[in-house]
Design a protein around this ligand. Structure first.
Ligand code: BDP
Length: 682
């Protein structure tokens, strides 16, 4: 009832599948001294027990059929016997095959690695949890993306930067928590969606967190062991200036021999404690964090210094590209913040070591409800890259508003960079198939905390679930993922009314949120610091580089190459031309790329000002619609869950009205142009 089990409810009977899995009471598994295989077997027992309501047995050999048989190729002769070499050859490192043996009815899950077996088990449980047939399974899956990572923004004092679901589950009182059960439960949630890596501390690393690398290593090792049993590799965010913060040196110059030696020693100690440690995540020279610029060095120097220390152990450095000048002079448009990541990093292509990955935010600014795709994605063919999303809803309602983000991520992944002609989508860049670099994939900022339902807003669980599923297979559709989540979480089969209702709520939520907040891609009309709620000029006269330039004539940022900041020239010609021209720039990004009069007519046929009024009136109305839709769920879901979501949607509806009124009033007063429909603007 409190949402703690999230999508791992394992109901009896499973949605739409009453009774149909009862014959599966026996599991056959060998090699259980391997911790991940052990986990896989345990998860299968737990899942089947829930779904069938029966006791489940585990044995090493087949006693009776049908059974569920799990194991790795080459090590498990029972498993080997079932699959053709064609199938077993097609399964890659973390992939798996699942087949139903039509003679015995047994289900066999085979993989190259224990991790693959675990993912196969979760797949089978997902089929059962959504009421699917298991009579004729013939499944072969490999993850599209090799790195499928979660970034925690947790601090050791227990706070979570941009956290909207309570305190950290990892830390309290400047120590690593002793409550490891919750962390294990988190690991299983993540593994069940296919996540294979996690960074357990905030990218803004302060002195206490610097010591995770040293003094706290034994505790970190305990967390690593938990994640290891779910095939998740543990990473740490590090402070670039650790040599000074905790190392007793006077410099963090990446070319200084003592600095290099300190990192080598530190890495050696880390690997001694955690042999499969993933590596470092680094935010350097960004938002007042230290970095190589202080020493006149560039980011390749900084990243390579760390990469060299990790290389002997197979570790990697994930270096963030969220680097920009946060103290800009707003009159100097050549410092356009949108340009910063590309300007800093693109010229360094070819200079990074093979075990460095650049982590690039999906858009050029900062996780706004609408931004163009970062032009840096794919623009460094010789460099490993991962895309960074934000599951935490910092700018999308802070888990007080419902905003299902998978449709946004899908749009980003489907964007055609045209870097190698048509069809060079972000999805193909990120999965490594375009440039063929050794590393690639997804990273994202987590949205969980110690709230009993993990994510604050129950419906925000769909974003965590969806992120993992999409990282595994970006070809899944947003509504298919939402549908899985709904059925697994609430038990509704897809034909049922409540399923359809919830699906609609989720699928419309991003569009609704966008419509009552910042219009036409302009972004950042939020209260400074905490970023919740409307404040049109909140950042307009500060130094952060996020402006809308609204005056009495018009608004928007001229980022064209002809007359503006030149940002458009970071895209390939075809995309550049599309954005550069008012005739072809898509409406939803118009104000990101152009400064136009309020009377400018959009492709939709409306003027900019009328568009603002209309979307804000409609958006608020639709936010009320979400609430009335949810009210139809009364009695259909657990009462506590019902009231919790009702309370959040009530807040959202009220808050959407505040957004509407603030934005509409501001632009009415700036422009002096009344609403065509004569509606009241406060
Ligand atoms: C911004 C957040 C800030 C983060 C920063 C980052 O407001 O808290 O530290 O991103 O990604 O969105 O480093």
């Amino acid at each position: 009832g409190d949402g703690y089990l999230a999508w791992l409810q394992y109901r009896n009977p499973a949605a739409g599948g009453a009774g149909r899995y009862q014959e599966y009471q026996r599991i056959v598994a060998a090699g259980l001294d391997n911790t991940v295989l052990r986990t896989a077997a345990d998860e299968l027992v737990q899942g089947l027990k829930g779904i069938t309501g029966l006791e489940i047995s585990v044995s090493e050999t087949i006693a009776a059929s049908p059974s569920i048989i799990i194991g790795t190729f080459g090590a498990d002769s029972v498993v080997d016997g079932f699959f053709s070499t064609e199938v077993s050859n097609a399964v890659q490192a973390e992939g798996y095959a699942i087949q139903t043996d039509n003679k015995t009815g047994s289900i066999v899950i085979g993989a190259l690695t224990p991790a693959g077996v675990l993912y196969g088990v979760f797949h089978l449980l997902r089929i059962m949890g959504t009421g699917g047939s298991v009579r004729q399974l013939n499944i072969l899956e490999n993850p599209a993306n090799q790195l499928r990572m979660i970034n925690q923004w947790d601090n050791m004092d227990g706070s979570v930067e941009r956290g909207y679901a309570g305190q950290s589950v990892f830390y309290e009182n400047n120590m690593i928590t002793g409550q490891l059960e919750r962390i294990q439960d988190y690991a299983r949630l993540l593994a069940s969606t296919g996540i294979n890596a996690i960074t357990i501390n905030n990218v803004n690393v302060h002195q206490t967190e610097s010591r995770l690398l040293t003094d706290f290593l034994p505790d970190v090792a305990r967390l690593a062991a938990i994640f290891r049993s779910y095939a998740i590799r543990l990473f740490l965010s590090i402070n670039y200036a650790s040599t000074m913060e905790i190392g007793g040196l006077e410099t963090a110059d990446p070319l200084d021999p003592d600095v290099r030696e300190w990192w080598r020693m530190t890495a050696a100690a880390v690997y001694e404690a955690i042999p499969d440690f993933g590596g470092f995540l680094v935010k350097a020279d960004s938002e007042n964090r230290p970095g190589p610029f202080t020493y006149g060095r560039d980011h390749a120097d900084g990243a390579n210094m760390l990469a060299e220390a990790l290389q002997p152990y197979g570790g990697i450095v994930i270096w963030r590209c969220f680097v920009y000048n946060c103290k800009q002079d707003w009159r100097d448009r050549s410092t356009d913040r949108a340009r910063a990541a590309y300007d800093h990093f693109q010229p360094l292509d070819g200079r990074f070591m093979d075990n460095v990955i650049l982590q690039i935010k999906n858009g050029p600014i900062d996780f706004q409800v609408r931004e163009p795709v970062s032009p840096l994605l794919g623009a460094m063919p010789k460099t490993n890259q991962v895309i960074e999303f934000q599951i935490a809803q910092e700018y999308t309602g802070q888990q007080r508003h419902v905003c299902y983000l998978v449709p946004q991520w899908k749009e980003i992944l489907d964007f055609d960079t045209q870097l190698q002609g048509k069809g060079t989508t972000v999805r193909r860049i990120v999965d490594g198939s375009v440039h063929g670099n050794p590393y690639s994939g997804f990273a994202a900022v987590s949205n969980i905390g110690n709230d009993s339902n993990w994510t604050g807003h129950l419906l925000a669980q769909a974003n965590l679930y969806g992120y993992g599923r999409l990282a595994w297979n970006p070809g899944l559709s947003a509504d298919a993922i939402a549908g899985e989540w709904i059925t697994l979480t609430f038990g509704f089969a897809s034909a049922h009314e409540p399923f359809q209702l919830l699906l609609r709520i989720l699928m419309e939520s991003w569009e609704i949120y966008e419509s009552y907040t910042a219009p036409l891609g302009v972004g950042f009309m939020v209260n400074p610091d905490h970023h919740y709620g409307p404040n049109v000029d909140g950042y307009e006269y500060s130094m952060w580089g996020t402006y809308h330039f609204a005056d009495c004539h018009g608004m928007g940022v001229d980022r064209t190459t002809a007359t503006g900041t030149g940002y458009t020239s970071q895209y390939v010609q075809a995309n550049m031309e599309q954005y550069e021209s008012l005739d072809s720039c898509p409406d939803d990004l118009l104000l990101f790329f152009h400064h136009v009069p309020y009377t400018h007519v959009l492709h939709s046929g409306k003027t900019v000002i009328q568009h603002i009024y209309d979307t804000h009136f409609e958006g608020a109305e639709r936010a009320y619609g979400l609430l009335s839709d949810w009210k139809l769920m009364k009695g259909q879901v657990d009462d506590r869950a019902y009231r919790h979501v009702e309370e959040r949607l009530t807040e959202q509806a009220g808050h959407s009205k505040e957004w509407r009124d603030r934005i509409n009033t501001y632009f009415l007063r700036k422009s002096g142009i009344p609403d065509q429909h004569g509606r009241t603007i406060y």
